[in-house]
Design a protein around this ligand. Sequence first.
Ligand code: GAR
Length: 215
Amino acid sequence: MKVAVLISGRGSNLRSLLEAAAEPGYPAEIVCVIANRPDAGGLDHAAAFGIASQVVDHKSYADRAAFEAALTEALDGAGIDLICLAGFMRVLSGAFVRRWKNRIVNIHPSLLPLFPGLDTHARALAAGVKLHGCSVHFVNETVDGGAIIGQAAVAVQTGDDAESLAARVLEAEHRLYPLCLRLLAEDRVRLDDGQARIEGTPEAGSALFSPDLSA
Ligand code: GAR
């Protein structure tokens, strides 16, 4: 499976995907990285792994349609099967999403459908949830609303602030995204009535507890 990764910034999730894809036998190949900001730090990770990268700077285009036309041209040229959004902070139009229907996935820093949108960690703390985490999902026309492929939960700890919680979630993101991309590339993800079903994967344990009940 040939994959394009779209980024806007630091690119630590991109790096986790590049590291996974460099492992022998990993079923997806990252063929291009596109950033919508020329200063995206993740461009350095693409260079370090010898992967072609491009900047399609949204500020250089008159409107979203023109920006997305440039994005589509870059993606078509790369001959890709799947787009992975990895900290890509532009909302994609319905037209773009339909063009790549069921071929765009995203990682979001919350246990969706809780906390779609921005500032997820601060909002999780304000809500007093005990478990937080991240989700990999298909992109549809509702922001952070597509079928969920995989999730990882982390415990909210006493004294957490948004930064410490984000760091714990990010570690989980770096494990979850390569796992979900593997499932997609192995063609083990089936969309069924708006839900993503995973074939041939053992079910997780029946529950995660926070606080831990072993004490
Ligand atoms: C990650 O936490 C990702 O889940 C989040 O941005 C961060 C990017 O970090 N994405 C979103 O909030 C998308 N709405 P990275 O550039 O180091 O991968």
